[in-house]
Design a protein around this ligand. Sequence first.
Ligand code: ZN
Length: 196
Amino acid sequence: MPRYDLHCHSTHSDGLFAPAAVVARAAQRGVDVLALTDHDVVSGLAEAQQAASDAGITLVCGSELSVTWKDITIHVVALRIDPDNATLVQGLASIRGGRGERARLMAQGLAEAGVPGAYQGAMRYVTNDDLVSRTHFARFLIDAGYAKDARGVFDRYLTPGKPGYVAHAWPPCRRRWAGSTPRAARPSSPTRAAIG
Ligand SMILES: [Zn+2]
């Protein structure tokens, strides 16, 4: 039976490895079908596709979309998308648009709570300037000693009601995006699912 991993991120959003390296690692670990599902971008898919062909595994084109549903942010993993679809490309650009301003407001909240320099700190971990997220703030806060792990940092600073949390209205969850197959991102890990 083929082995699947239908949810992973690269440096095109908040992952730690470039798309080709993500694919190579998956292939090494015995994955037969891999979906690259970077947050709100499709820019890593061409490199991933090439690497998948080289490694002899199947790549599923994906993206993890930030949307607002009934006032809460949810992440929808869209699979088998067409990265060249104009509606999708335009929609993703508009989703990415609000992140820079939100990051500045998050840093302001953290500064008021006694954590100076969080914007510059988070930006040191950013690998795609369009995609600063709570994950990057979390990495900064952990490495600077404000929390010891991902759960601690989200609970203390980055969830609703905490100093680094800024509510943000993403586009509404209503359209069937560019013929993709949506599924909810797994909520178990704050570093993967609560990125926002
Ligand atoms: Zn994810």
